[in-house]
Ligand binder design. Structure first.
Ligand SMILES: Cc1ncc(COP(=O)(O)O)c(C=O)c1O
Length: 438
């Protein structure tokens, strides 16, 4: 278990996992074995959990026909699997143009850029697209170096901003940095805000750091941490914003997993009344169909026309842009943000009852349709209930509810934003039953 990334999710070499796999049907076991024989084995991936045949709405269906409500979806599934509105738009685009070669542009790409800019504060009005979130982070790091002329940055301990060398350097997860030798950029980690364990909310450390070390050019962080759902206090980001401005340090917000309605607002920073200098988006931007990400910044940072910040082959993907446009249109057309806020109120109420019922629940925190249920052995000591969390997860999987466990003891629940109230209730029932068994 030690060599696995508990921060990011549940482990794939535990005894629970081994038992789980033996309970699957022969066809699925064979598919998992074939996967394990050709893909590199890595934490949180191969060997896999199950083999999926299809996906629609909030469900994924495996080879045996078993359906799971997907409360994980790698955060790409805001509008569900195979959303018909998005599918139609992409199919239409496929009949016209699928790829835009370098040195050319195409109307759908420009339309998508302008639509995205129109959703953001007026200061954030220049962008680059790229296929993956990690690349967006890489471009943000490059841009920050160019704009500030400084090579160091600050990030949270244990933070994840992507898996490439520059992104792991910028982040704070030691497991990713292991064996990788000297890394760039040079990152200094400060404690992650954690309301349950009461750490990381003081900004004095940050201020001291920026005052002392004038080679720091940027602070990169998730506005609300997705994995174990850490929601900073209301004034946290205002204070950080002020400090960054005072020391001319760029604030880079990574909203790759949580933008586009997950928190009840289009972008999570809107909850805090601040604006980043650079914003990174990804995952759901491609509506769960086309890989798509973006790095957005101020117009005045458009000063590197003689080098390449991105230079990614698919940087003006017509299909990716058609998907992203359809996503943004769909969220507006269906008034999804309002629905997410209503779901938040409902869940707040239901989870409060659930917490009263199960003493194993130490904390339940959430915003919009992003929730973390933290399981502890004892509410006083807050000792993590690691085995119990895994057991709950496998019980839920048996019952048809899929989610991941973060930090070893936080059940991370992030369903598609299109989920119906009845489906939410069913998911809560499955969770409640699993908690009862534990
Ligand atoms: C906070 C955060 N930043 C960046 C990334 C990297 O995105 P991608 O996997 O699309 O490269 C992830 C992916 O999980 C993430 O959660």
């Amino acid at each position: 278990m030690e060599n696995q990334l508990l921060t990011e999710g549940d482990v794939n070499d535990s005894s629970f996992r081994k038992n789980w796999v033996t309970s699957l049907d022969p066809q699925t076991i064979s598919s998992l074995e074939q996967d394990a024989s050709c893909f590199f084995h890595q934490a949180l991936s191969t060997p896999c959990l199950d083999s999926i045949q299809s996906g629609a709405g909030i469900y994924i269906t495996d080879l045996s026909g078993k359906k799971y409500m997907d409360f994980h979806g790698n955060n790409v599934h805001q509008v569900g699997y195979r959303n018909p509105y998005v599918m139609e738009r992409i199919k239409k685009q496929m009949d016209e143009l699928c790829f835009c070669p370098r040195r050319y542009t195409t109307p759908v790409t420009v339309e998508c850029a302008n639509k995205l800019i129109s959703l953001l504060p007026p200061g954030l009005n220049r962008l680059l697209f790229t296929p993956g979130g990690t690349n967006a982070i890489g471009m943000a790091i490059k841009l920050a170096k160019i704009v500030t002329g400084k090579h160091k940055l600050v990030s949270f301990e244990d933070s994840f901003h992507g898996a490439s060398l520059d992104a792991i350097a910028a982040g704070g997860e030691e497991q990713f940095k292991k064996f990788m030798g000297p890394l760039s950029p040079l990152a200094i980690n400060i404690p992650q805000p954690n309301t349950y364990r009461n750490t990381g909310h003081s900004v004095e450390n940050l201020e001291k750091l920026l005052k002392q070390d004038r080679e720091i050019g940027a602070f990169i962080a998730e506005t609300i941490r997705n994995t174990d759902v850490q929601i900073p206090f209301p004034d946290f980001w205002k204070k950080v914003r002020e400090i960054c401005t005072r020391y001319q340090v760029l604030l880079i917000l990574d909203e790759i997993p949580i933008a586009f309605g997950r928190t009840g607002k289009m972008f999570a920073f809107e909850h805090y009344g601040i604006e980043p200098d650079i914003l990174c988006l990804g995952k759901g931007l491609g509506a769960g169909i086309i890989p798509m990400a973006a790095m957005i910044a101020r117009d005045e940072f458009n000063i590197a026309g003689d080098i390449s910040l991105g230079h990614y082959t698919h940087e003006k993907s017509p299909l990716g842009c058609a998907a992203a446009l359809a996503l943004m249109e769909y969220l507006e057309k269906e008034n999804i943000l309002k629905k997410v806020c209503e779901d938040e109120n409902f869940l707040q109420h239901e989870f409060a009852l659930m917490k009263e019922k199960h003493s194993i629940i130490g904390d339940i925190r959430g915003i919009g349709l992003l929730w973390g249920v933290e399981l502890v052995k004892d509410r006083g000591t807050k000792e993590k209930a690691i085995l119990e969390s895994e057991l709950v997860m496998y019980e839920c999987l048996k019952g048809g509810l899929s989610f991941k466990v973060s930090q070893g003891n936080v059940l991370q629940l992030s369903p598609p934003l299109t989920i119906r109230r009845e489906e939410l209730k069913t998911a809560l029932d499955i969770l409640d039953l699993a908690l009862q068994k534990v």
